[in-house]
Design a protein around this ligand. Structure first.
Ligand SMILES: Cc1ncc(COP(=O)(O)O)c(C=O)c1O
Length: 364
């Protein structure tokens, strides 16, 4: 039996995709071998690779003057790769320190070059994102780095800053669930293991003209121009992750690509926020309402004990992985693109019955 899996990543994937993978696993399209046993230079794999790149471009509406790269090392390696490629002598980079991941990106960039906190949400316990006029943009800033959705704290940027410097975005946890104003961005990146597919793949999209200016003085795997020159086949790519991602992208296209996913995310997270707001104060969200994540809904019951009881009962009812990140506790429902409407309905129904049962029998 499949449960409703609210894990923050890796996470639930469309059942149709998993079944298709299972079906063609032993003999991939008549090759007599699986996709993970064949050469990454074989025509069969090359077709998979090209199709996944094309479908990503189509679904995300990536303009022709951007290059899409399939990389490894997750989003975490891109924390280093981005400044290494873009940040040169005499320039700085502003980082929005909006939560755990924004903090991590800044730390890694500062290990390489002149990176500073353009805004720090820590004094506010990371409960909102900054307004544009709160961002410090230094005269020598090469880019402003943002985390469009902070997965752990459950906050998102409702819109992207307009601050006169190019943006760089870590979109790991809301990739392809919202449109990107590409004209404002030089680069976006994210790990695949939430909205796209299995772990092991990071997708980085860079304005192609920048590939002539990136730092050349780096080992080859760290050079974005080197990956671009080889169409993301500089070395053996994460073939299985790319193959499954291609299938997820095809599934997404049928559901209306990014516009369809955006509507779906607003509607489904909205149902859970309504359950929180309509609970008479039983459930509480720490996040400023306009900045509530559409992917990771973070909330609490009146006590740690009730949080634990909620999680335990929910798990028994097939609602799994609802525990908040170990650093913040509480409850977190991650409602990525592939979560089913049934899963969300089941969660909302459970929230209501759990609250009612506590009103009747507070000892639980
Ligand atoms: C917003 C964000 N950035 C970065 C990361 C790190 O990603 P990875 O595990 O792919 O390195 C995560 C992981 O959850 C994330 O949510």
């Amino acid at each position: 039996m499949r449960v409703h899996n609210f894990c923050a990543g890796p996470c639930t994937l469309p059942l149709e995709v998993l079944e298709e993978v299972q079906e063609e696993f032993l003999d991939f399209r008549g090759a007599g071998m699986s996709v993970i046993e064949m050469s990454h230079r074989s025509p069969e794999y090359e077709a998979v690779h090209e199709e996944a790149l094309a479908l990503f471009r189509e679904n995300a509406g990536v303009p022709d003057d951007f290059t899409i790269l399939f990389l490894q090392g997750g989003a975490t390696l891109q924390f280093a790769v981005v400044p290494m490629n873009l940040l040169g002598e005499g320039s700085s980079a502003g980082y929005v320190r909006s939560g755990t991941w924004g903090k991590g990106a800044l730390k890694d960039a500062a290990a390489w070059g002149d990176a500073y906190a353009a805004w720090d949400g820590e004094p506010l316990s990371f409960t909102r994102m900054p307004a544009d006029d709160e961002l410090e943009i230094r005269p020598n800033a090469r880019y402003l780095h943002l985390t469009s959705n902070e997965t752990i704290e459950g906050i998102r940027m409702p819109s992207f800053p307009e601050v006169g410097v190019p943006l760089v975005g870590d979109m790991s946890s809301d990739y392809l669930s919202r449109p990107v104003p590409w004209e404002r961005f030089d680069l976006v990146y994210g790990g695949a293991q939430k909205n796209l597919g299995p772990a092991g793949l990071a997708v980085l999209v860079i304005r192609t003209s920048l590939l002539d200016e990136t730092n050349r003085d780096l080992p080859s795997y760290l050079r974005l121009d080197a990956h671009a020159g080889k169409n993301s086949l500089l070395n053996t790519p994460a073939m299985f992750a790319i193959y499954v991602t291609g299938k997820v992208l095809r599934w997404m296209k049928e559901l209306g690509a990014v516009a369809g996913m955006e509507e779906r995310a607003a509607r489904r997270s909205g149902a859970v926020y309504d359950a929180i707001d309509g609970s008479g104060g039983f459930y509480r969200s720490p996040v400023e309402p306009a900045h509530r994540s559409h992917m990771n809904v973070v909330f609490r019951t009146p006590s740690d004990e009730l949080d634990a009881a909620f999680l335990e009962r929910a798990a028994r009812e097939g609602l799994r992985n609802l525990k908040g990140h170990r650093s913040v506790g509480g409850i977190r429902a991650s409602i990525y693109n592939a979560m089913t409407d049934e899963g969300v309905d089941a969660l909302v129904g459970f929230m209501s019955s759990f609250r009612d049962s506590m009103a009747e029998d507070p000892a639980g």
